[in-house]
Design a binder for this molecule. Sequence first.
Ligand code: PRP
Length: 225
Amino acid sequence: MDGLTLALTKGRLAGRTIDLFIRAGVVREEMREILNEASRRLVFSSEEPNLSFFMAKAQDVPTYVDYGAADVGIAGKDTLLEEERNLYEVLDLGFGACRLVVAGREETRDRLRHGNNLRVATKYPHIALDYFGRKKQQTVEIVRLNGSVELAPIIGLADVIVDIVETGSTLAENDLCILEEITPLSARMVVNRASMKMQRVHIAELITKLRNALEKRDGTEVELR
Ligand code: PRP
């Protein structure tokens, strides 16, 4: 097969991904309009040769790439850590920067440091289990939630949460704070293992274009200061 299929993450990352692709000359400006106008449309073809795109839910992007339905994926590092797929992570795109943390009420800090049997609510059960079980050697009970995780320590469902913090305003507005930091996060480009060999030339070209655009932007920012 000649040409690349790219899986993009719907939602917050989509706009930033298209911005970068336009800056890098991977797609034309019209692509943004197509995206905006047809917000329910899932599959797009670029006018550029050899590229097609589709939009998927964050957690599904690594799955599509792992199975080879997409050669390349753009996904948050949080999703990649949680899904534990066997992919090549080739580029840090810089945007979508945030942190994965353990958060809760300030008074939980001591128990969190020393105690066992804490209950942890999260959208990221694998990451949470790895952090507490393997890194901290603490026994915890994980409760999987699908959103608004900050509710859990307020309502009394869990002692702490493992979640993403970007601006910190959701925590602050709910009288919660960061108790431990697990890892910084940002959007990454990932590649299917077979595609890396079969589509070597196209993928190398895409990486070079994106990397140049990222470096150019960084350079411009430095000049403007
Ligand atoms: C994410 C995350 C936090 C919030 C953090 O949730 O789970 O709740 O953003 O952002 P902040 O530090 O800028 O306040 P999201 O908005 O994706 O919604 P969800 O909780 O329903 O998953």
